[in-house]
Structure formats: C-alpha cells, structure tokens
Design a protein around this ligand. Structure first.
Ligand SMILES: CC(C)(COP(=O)(O)OP(=O)(O)OC[C@H]1O[C@@H](n2cnc3c(N)ncnc32)[C@H](O)[C@@H]1OP(=O)(O)O)[C@@H](O)C(=O)NCCC(=O)NCCS
Length: 212
C-alpha cells in the first residue's frame, strides 16, 4: 500500500468543491479495506484497455472475444483513439499495489462520439472494477473521486437498462436523458454554475494529475 492522504468516501463533501483527482488512500466498503486511489497515467494504458473491455462486455452471460480481438473492434479503436489528449482524466484503484478498477472520462464531438454523448462540453464516463473486487465499494469510490475532477458541470454515460450499474448510477444522482441503440444515456449534473465550472477548468488545466 502506498502512502497517501487518508479520507473516507463520506468525508469528501460536495463533489463540486475539489477540482482534480489527487492520490488518496480510502477506507472502502463494510470490511474497511484500504484502497489507494490515484490519477490514471500513460503507464496504465494496458489496464485501461482491460477495464474498457470489462465495461463493454459487462454481462457475464455474453460470449466474449479475447481482448486481442476486441482491440481490433472499431468501437474500441474509437474510444481509445488519441488517448491522453487535453481533457482526458481518470483514476485507478489499487490494493496492495495491484490495480483493481478504473474510472475515466473523455470529451467528444458531435462528429465523433460514443453512445453516451450529450454535448461537446459534457465528458462521457467509463468505469469498471476487476471482477473479483466488485460489489465491495470500489466502483462508488472511483466514481466519487473522478466526479471532483476539473469542475465540469455534468457527466454523461451510457448503460444498458438491464445492467445493475444503472441503480448504482441512479443512487449517485444520474438520470436518464435519452437512448442510443439499446442503451440509456444518463446525465449527472454536478451542481456547478457555468462560471464556477469555467474557473475550475482553467485552474485544473495547469495540473498534470490524471492527464494521461
Ligand atoms: C458497475 C461497477 C463499476 C460497480 O463497481 P463496484 O465496485 O462493483 O460497485 P460498488 O461495490 O461500489 O457498489 C455500488 C452500487 O452498485 C450496485 N451493485 C454493486 N454490485 C452489485 C450486484 N452484484 N448486484 C446488484 N447491484 C450491485 C449497488 O447499487 C451498489 O450500491 P450499494 O452497495 O449501496 O447497494 C462494477 O460492478 C463493474 O465493473 N461491473 C462490470 C462492468 C460494468 O458494468 N461497467 C459499467 C458499464 S456502464
């Protein structure tokens, strides 16, 4: 376990107050496991690919390609193209120096985007936890850590209505704003005024933390 400022998930206060994901050690879930949450960086590319794979093939009942095959999938290529461009942010959860989950967001355009696109100002979120570590509070901790980054006024995401993650997102304040294919588009308003959001983004742009 690496050293870091220790907080509890409940002690983070308003999501709008903090602008950038900083490394923290968090007591997670009912068993009180200590999980290190740190910014995603370029060295995490392989893990990010694994987590995107998990998020894409979230239903264990579905047949899965290999990750190598998925890398050739046009959606995979699109979602990770130009990784690390300005505006990309992410956090990784580690336990005993093993990566156990990640949450990230990217900004898209009306011309190039994925299923959960709302507009060019609203980052779209992705999240997954390594299967052995699910349902223990890691995903919620990651989402809350990422929601404090950069001061965006809202986040969007895409989720299947039959994925249990939908109730998780609802419990964090996401609500449905549309449908794309068979998925729902959800939005999480973060309670920031446009002026607050712009001020936070201007400051956070100077910080390397979480930039891939
Ligand atoms: C969705 C996911 C990121 C959530 O992370 P997690 O660490 O498992 O979730 P947490 O333990 O923090 O739980 C958060 C909430 O998710 C829901 N949840 C978690 N595990 C669940 C399960 N097995 N059954 C039903 N709901 C569950 C609950 O609402 C839970 O809140 P609660 O503990 O207050 O009841 C993770 O389960 C995952 O990686 N799933 C596969 C990939 C995926 O679906 N990604 C999202 C695609 S949109």
């Amino acid at each position: 376990m690496r050293a870091g400022r220790r907080i509890t998930p409940r002690s983070t206060g308003s999501l709008a107050r903090v602008r950038s994901p900083r490394p923290v050690t968090v007591r997670v879930g009912q068993q009180g496991r200590m999980v290190y949450i740190r910014p995603l960086d370029a060295m995490d590319r392989d893990f990010l690919e694994e987590m995107l794979f998990e998020a894409f093939f979230w239903d264990p009942a579905w047949p899965r390609p290999t990750l190598a095959d998925f890398r050739e999938h046009p959606e995979f290529t699109k979602l990770l193209a130009d990784c690390g461009r300005p505006g990309d942010r992410g956090v990784v959860a580690e336990e005993q120096q093993s990566k156990i989950g990640a949450a990230w967001f990217r900004l898209w355009t009306p011309e190039l985007h994925s299923y959960g696109f709302v507009n060019a100002e609203t980052p779209e979120l992705g999240i997954a936890v390594v299967s052995a570590h699910r349902s223990k509070g890691v995903g919620r901790t990651l989402l809350r850590a990422l929601a404090r980054a950069d001061g965006h006024p809202a986040f969007s995401l895409s989720v299947s209505p039959s994925n249990y993650a939908r109730s998780f997102y609802a419990s964090e304040g996401f609500h449905k704003v549309g449908e794309s294919g068979t998925s729902w588009t959800l939005l999480l308003p973060l309670g920031r005024t446009p002026r607050e959001a712009a001020a936070q983004q201007a400051t956070a742009a100077d910080e390397p933390l979480g930039q891939w």
